[in-house]
Write a protein that binds this ligand. Structure first.
Ligand code: HSE
Length: 351
């Protein structure tokens, strides 16, 4: 049976959940998908790194205690050695799930670049490299005959990027708009129930929705990166975060929420990108009080939704989880499935 050997760069909530999926469902998935998954390298700021080309015992990894590291393990070290592991791992796919850096995308961009240049495909949920360098990284992947996939960079495992690229083929998408941050949507909902912003953010952190630094969630910069990704991937734009005006939910007060509720409206953080009459892409992130009849007004909790305005089909909306460890880990699996399918696709004949 075919097999993909995987290196996990970063072992926080998402990659740990991915490893758990491989551990718990690997056999069933292999039967269903026709290929096996094996984890051959893990790096982590706290645990250090381990490389074992015959497959790491995941049960032993899950059993590690708070102060344990990989020092003393076969192929193990107390330090992450990300660059070394990415270059030397026997994995054919590197899963990059370190933290999102919205300013310069590092160290994620370097991790992805190094992996692609050393002939490994990369899947990531890290928005930094995708929003700030997808053009360059896709070119490197093509040059080296490998794949760069990032479905989980927008709306976790809910299909958005591949859905638009494959299922909406033949349509012209003129606008994309949605609720793209689970934390802020959850927080706005809890504020409707009377919680303070801080208490609601703390809950969202507990539930694994929020970024390591939740100011990215409530300040709007998380959505800003996702709007860049949607605009570049779906509208064929070439924009950066600086091209997206950005206002988060920090300024939405309990009084605003009460006033909207009295009018039957709900505050939502809306990210959008559209082509104007000149063909230029106009993109923004801002809180909006939506009338109850608006299709996005009923999207609650950490659920996200994105609407595509199309020429032949009108508006198509996809809704589903936008955050969460397992939900985001599923995006990694879906990318690996897509890579495997692309590797087995018939070779195109002709010019
Ligand atoms: N913190 C993000 C959210 C996670 O709340 O939506 C997914 O990017």
């Amino acid at each position: 049976m075919d097999r993909h050997d995987i290196a996990l760069i970063g072992f926080g909530g998402v990659n740990r959940a991915f490893a758990q999926i491989v551990h718990d469902r690997g056999e069933r998935l292999a039967d269903e998908l026709g290929f096996a998954l094996r984890i051959v390298a893990i790096t982590d700021l706290r645990l250090g790194s381990v490389m074992q080309s015959d497959g790491i015992d995941l049960a032993a990894v899950f059993a590690m205690q708070a102060d344990d590291t990989f020092a003393g393990w076969r192929g193990g070290a107390a330090v992450p050695q990300n660059d070394y592991v990415i270059r030397h791992t026997t994995a054919d796919i590197v899963v990059e799930a370190t933290f999102t850096n919205p300013l310069d995308g590092e160290p994620g961009i370097s991790h992805v670049r190094t992996a692609l240049e050393s002939g490994k495909s990369v899947v990531t949920t890290n928005k930094g490299p995708v929003a700030l360098a997808s053009g360059e990284l896709n070119r490197i992947a093509a040059t080296h005959g490998v794949f760069f996939a990032y479905e989980g960079s927008v709306m976790s495992g809910t299909p958005v990027l591949r859905f638009a690229a494959e299922t909406l083929k033949g349509l012209r998408v003129t606008e994309v708009q949605g609720i793209l941050n689970g934390t802020s949507n959850y927080v706005l909902g809890r504020m409707e129930n009377g919680l303070s912003l801080d208490a609601a953010v703390a809950e969202a952190q507990q539930l694994g929705y929020a970024e390591a630094d939740p100011t990215a969630d409530i300040g709007g910069s998380d959505v800003q990166l996702k709007v860049v990704i949607l605009a570049n991937e779906i509208l064929g734009a070439d924009i950066t975060p600086a091209d997206v005006t950005c206002e988060g939910i920090v300024g939405v007060t309990p009084e605003d929420i009460a006033r909207a509720a009295a009018e039957g409206a709900r505050w939502k953080l809306i990210g959008s990108a559209r082509r104007d009459e000149t063909g230029a892409v106009v993109a923004s992130v801002r809180p909006v009080a939506l009338a109850a009849t608006h299709p996005l007004a009923g999207v609650s909790g950490a659920t996200n939704a994105v609407s595509f305005d199309t020429d032949l089909l009108g508006t198509v909306t996809v809704s589903g989880p936008g955050a969460g460890r397992v939900e985001t880990a599923y995006a990694l699996l879906s990318d690996i499935i897509a890579i495997d399918a692309a590797q087995h696709a018939p070779i195109e004949v002709g010019s």
